[in-house]
Design a protein around this ligand. Structure first.
Ligand code: HEM
Ligand code: HEM
Length: 568
């Protein structure tokens, strides 16, 4: 045995040799030292940090329930006559994939429950990812040094959607076949290569006989493996960068305030896994999802009215429904823009903008610093407003995906809905942008007001001359720190000139002036946080009775989480 191995055993973690099975493993893996460092890692607390965890745990539920389904699902498009226990379909010709899905639903013990858990977990997985992404976006958590983790996230979201779609297509019922037909249309609409791609993917003309086995391979092996790798990288980077935290007393860009991984966080996260599992199991047990037996086997010549994709595919469906007909004939060929632009272009624009945003924002603001304190959405009004505008556009496209159902349920005219959304998808985001930006700026002003004039106590004094005035009390230091510590001071935006004082042309004029314009747009309307001098001055003013300082007597109950003092 080499000397170095011997030393490692003796030195592991505390320098003491561990006893029993733990010692046996530590002798061979030396994990105690690594564990000691990492298990004490501190994780900050906030409810919004649970969204990423919901994504993580619903993925685990998908893996577990998915493995169960693979035991019984037959990924074949070979025709069989149905001989299972669902009487209405007895004797009908169908693919083995569909027949096995019916078997899972009716003849395998716990099969229907597992299918429903799997499907609900898939819907939850994508929803949690999106909510988590919005939390990261609106708090600026993607800023340096977390851009790579953001990019991994964008990849996870895209792959998660493809994975969900592949799963949805597997049972080969009428609904899933209709979804596949839609995607076939998207593929074919791609100029020049569309029909070649279709033949390549479907092994000939749609639907062919190999798409289900191919999707199966992608669904249970290829994509989950990539997802697993990416999630691993996502978590490693999270540990490496450490988690961001909300500003607050004692929290700086250099530290992390929270609970250690072991035992507190581990117990919480472990418990949370069971909550997510329990929740999806309850949904799977109580709420029906994708009753494939009601749709019948896939037949390319049939489509049922009211066919709907899973919720996360609603956007592409809706955008295609919104697009007015647009076709050109060039070189003796038809170019179908009405499918390509909304279907492929729409999602392309969405994902490209998501991936590029951290870099675009950084270019505009010129901010090269690291950020470990989260930014309140109000303190980045243009970012917040752009996010809300994008969500509004998404909502318009998404609602359009169900225009037929909305028309039927609410007795409305489908063309009226389509036209409102067609115009709305351009107009509503602009309104949302303006309104959100104004709200953010008003909230910034309110913060400034609280910082310089103290908080409103709700105690009204009547003066001898009959006037009324509310008493203000100075903000405790911790609350003032919370309101100001992550708030950026507004930068000076320099004028860009085409020539310098000596008449020499500025070769970078166009780039610099575009950047200055965007920077002005980015900071437009924002108000700067009060300076130390303003705050000291205000404190003196308050203490001097200018604003009727209040004695904080028994009614003062400390400061709430949001920094507002509690009074009863
Ligand atoms: C499979 C999907 C995903 C899983 C399992 C996952 C998991 C997590 C977890 C557990 C955290 C730490 C807790 C939290 O802040 O919520 C986290 C942080 C983070 N995630 Fe994700 N995430 C996923 C998708 C995404 C997506 C779609 C994005 C963005 C496009 C993203 C970007 C980030 C970033 C930038 C952080 C660091 C945030 C910080 O330190 O404040 N993630 N992720
Ligand atoms: C992010 C991960 C995953 C997502 C979003 C997802 C989504 C889906 C969806 C929506 C279905 C259709 C369910 C239905 O019939 O109502 C499905 C089916 C299926 N999934 Fe997954 N799944 C994932 C991971 C997995 C994994 C890891 C496996 C296997 C190890 C798996 C195996 C299956 C099988 C065999 C089916 C067909 C059975 C059936 O439809 O009843 N899935 N998946």
């Amino acid at each position: 045995m080499s000397q170095s191995t011997f030393t490692r055993i003796e030195d592991s973690s505390t320098g003491k040799k561990l006893a029993g099975p733990v010692g046996w493993f530590d002798d061979r893996l030396g994990l105690a030292a690594a564990g000691k460092k990492n298990l004490r890692k501190v994780f900050p607390e906030h409810w919004s940090f649970m969204l990423g965890e919901i994504a993580l745990w619903s993925f685990v539920v998908l893996l577990l329930s998915g493995v169960f389904l693979t035991l019984w699902f037959v990924p074949s498009m070979g025709e069989v006559e149905y001989r299972g226990s669902y009487a209405p379909l007895y004797g009908i010709e169908m693919s083995q994939a569909y027949a096995s899905t019916l078997d899972i639903s009716f003849d395998i013990r716990g099969g229907l429950l597992m299918r429903q858990i799997h499907h609900w977990a898939a819907a939850l997985f994508v929803a949690a990812m999106m909510a988590h992404m919005l939390r990261v976006f609106f708090t600026g958590a993607y800023r340096k040094p977390r851009e790579i983790n953001w990019l991994i996230g964008v990849g996870l979201l895209a792959l998660g959607m493809v994975e969900g779609f592949a799963g949805y297509s597997l049972p080969d019922d009428l609904l899933s076949g209709t979804g596949l037909r839609f995607v076939d249309g998207l593929i074919r609409s791609i100029p020049l290569v569309g029909s070649y791609l279709e033949f390549f993917i479907f092994g000939g003309e749609f639907p062919g006989e190999i798409i289900i086995p191919r999707l199966y391979m992608a669904h249970i092996l290829l994509i989950p493996a990539i997802l697993l790798g990416l999630i691993g990288a996502h978590m490693l980077l999270l540990v490496y960068h450490k988690h961001t935290q909300w500003p607050g007393a004692g929290r700086t860009q250099e530290n992390v305030v929270g609970y250690p991984m072991l035992p507190v966080y581990m117990a919480k996260a472990g418990g949370f896994f069971f909550v997510v599992f329990g929740f999806t199991a309850l949904m799977g047990a109580l709420i029906q999802i994708n009753p494939v037996w009601a749709y019948g086997p896939y037949n390319p010549s049939e489509v049922t009215a009211g066919s709907q994709p899973d919720w996360y595919m609603g956007l592409s469906e809706g955008l295609v429904r919104l697009m007015p007909p647009l076709e050109t004939t060039w070189f003796n060929r038809t170019w179908t823009w009405s499918v390509f632009l909304p279907g492929v272009g729409g999602l392309g624009i969405l994902f490209t903008s998501l991936a590029l945003w951290p870099f675009i924002e950084r270019w505009i603001t010129g901010d090269q610093r690291e950020h470990h304190l989260l930014e309140r959405p109000r303190n980045a009004p243009v970012r917040t407003a752009l996010g809300v505008a994008a969500m509004t556009a998404y909502a318009c496209g998404w609602i359009a995906g169900g225009n037929d159902i909305i028309a039927l349920k609410f007795g409305l005219d489908i063309f009226a809905i389509t036209w409102v959304l067609r115009i709305g998808i351009f107009v509503f985001p602009v309104i949302a942008f303006i309104v959100t930006k104004r709200i953010c700026i008003s909230l910034q002003r309110k913060d400034n007001e609280t910082l310089t004039h103290g908080w409103e106590t709700g105690v009204i004094d009547r003066s001898p001359d009959g006037g009324y005035a509310e008493r203000h009390a100075p903000l405790p230091d911790s609350s003032a720190y919370q309101l100001t510590s992550s708030r950026e001071r507004l930068p000076e935006i320099e004028e860009v000139h085409q020539q310098d004082a000596y008449g020499v042309r500025n070769p970078k004029y166009r780039k610099q002036s575009l950047r200055a314009k965007l920077r002005r747009f980015y900071y437009d309307g924002s108000v700067d946080k009060p300076t130390r001098h303003d705050m000291d001055h205000a404190a003196e003013h308050l203490a001097g009775g200018g604003e009727h300082p209040v004695e904080l007597g028994d009614d003062f109950q400390g400061v709430s989480e949001t920094g507002v003092p509690r009074v009863h």
